[in-house]
Design a protein around this ligand. Structure first.
Ligand SMILES: NC(=O)c1ccc[n+]([C@@H]2O[C@H](COP(=O)([O-])OP(=O)(O)OC[C@H]3O[C@@H](n4cnc5c(N)ncnc54)[C@H](O)[C@@H]3O)[C@@H](O)[C@H]2O)c1
Length: 324
């Protein structure tokens, strides 16, 4: 079977992790990169070796006969590019957040409904093998009844002032990772996230510019409850989650390489996680997207599903108290 021809749009910091996943995937071939910054474009071409490079992504789409594109720009630049790719029928990997708002996400969803191409949103926490293997154990115990997530960063690790205008509120731009993870861990099946029905949230500003804080309690349609806390202005970058089924608990630390502690029936659960049962230790969102394209399946993190995550982020940012 011919390899899928891939183009990358945006070759900044985070594109590097996509380049690595593409290089490790035998069924795809990086053909071209588009990046408006000529220096970044030159560095990406040297480091990753695509045959073609462009400063205008449209030239890449016009000339390279691509099957698949990754759009890895900041959210303020993302929507028109994604719409263009979907309208051209390309399989499109969309970096989170899905634009600046749920309205942008819905516009992309409408374009994807008309497109021959599939769309995946790259919410990478969902695809971590440790997260999937943990979720599998939770489901074996009847599913999550209570989930929690924290997503905390010091002000020093926030973006530059130039990001203003191209990045929305931190819960949408950044802490969305653990809003989405909360939905994912509460999900009723390995492949699905839970839908929130009620949100009770507070969002407030600390004294220093950028020190935004969020608290939320969420009721999911499954009956599972979730709590989320995100704080910009803490002492260190820490990203954690918990999932509890009856007599079973999983504590995850996703700050760096995933760490986990599992407990069942009052005791630590011994032994490693069964990563092979969920796609193996190298599983990731690129592998999943390629499978979906080859087997004509809908990606787990579809645009339809991610509209829900964007809406949940907005509800938390707005301090909604009640039905969503
Ligand atoms: N999943 C994660 O863990 C994770 C981590 C970091 C960033 N991100 C996300 O990745 C996205 C990009 O973040 P980043 O840190 O890589 O930003 P970045 O600024 O380093 O890279 C974005 C690149 O896109 C380029 N660009 C903008 N418009 C373009 C256009 N029309 N055509 C071609 N190139 C264009 C910019 O020149 C820049 O080089 C953000 O949405 C961010 O939320 C995700």
């Amino acid at each position: 079977m011919e390899r899928l021809r891939v183009g990358m749009i945006g070759a900044g910091g985070h594109a590097q992790s996509h380049f690595a996943m593409i290089a490790a995937e035998p069924e795809v071939e990086l053909v071209a990169v588009a990046e408006i910054d000529p220096d970044r474009l030159a560095r990406a071409r040297q480091a990753h070796g695509p045959k073609h490079g462009f400063t205008d992504y449209r030239q890449m789409l016009d000339t390279c006969e691509l099957d698949m594109v990754y759009v890895v720009t900041m959210p303020g630049h993302l929507t028109p590019i994604v719409l263009d790719c979907l309208e051209r029928g390309l399989h499109t990997s969309i970096e989170k957040p899905v634009g600046m708002s749920s309205q942008d996400a819905r516009q992309m969803l409408e374009a994807s409904a008309r497109s021959r191409g599939k769309a995946i949103v790259s919410v990478n926490r969902r695809y971590k093998p440790e997260v999937l293997a943990t979720k599998r154990l939770v489901l074996e115990r009847g599913g999550a009844v209570h989930v929690a997530a924290t997503y905390n960063k010091p002000l020093t690790s926030l973006g530059t002032p130039e990001m203003a205008g191209i990045a929305p509120a931190p819960i949408i731009c950044d802490a969305i990772h653990h809003v989405d993870l909360l939905r994912w861990l509460a999900g009723p099946a390995l492949e699905t996230a839970a839908h929130p029905t009620e949100v009770y949230a507070e969002s407030w500003q600390g004294e220093r510019p950028g020190s935004v804080r969020y608290d939320a309690t969420v009721l999911f349609e499954t009956g599972c409850r979730g709590v989320m806390m995100s704080h910009y202005g803490v002492g260190f970058r820490i990203q954690r989650a918990e999932a509890h089924a009856e007599d079973f608990s999983a504590y995850l630390d996703l700050t760096g390489e995933p760490k986990y502690a599992l407990y069942a029936d009052g005791k630590p659960r011994q032994g490693p996680l069964d990563l092979d049962a969920v796609g193996g230790p190298d599983f990731n969102e690129t592998k999943h997207f390629v499978t979906c394209i080859r087997e004509d399946k809908t990606p787990w993190s579809s645009l339809e599903d991610l509209v829900k995550t964007m809406e949940m982020c907005e509800a938390i940012a707005e301090g909604v108290k009640g039905a969503v």
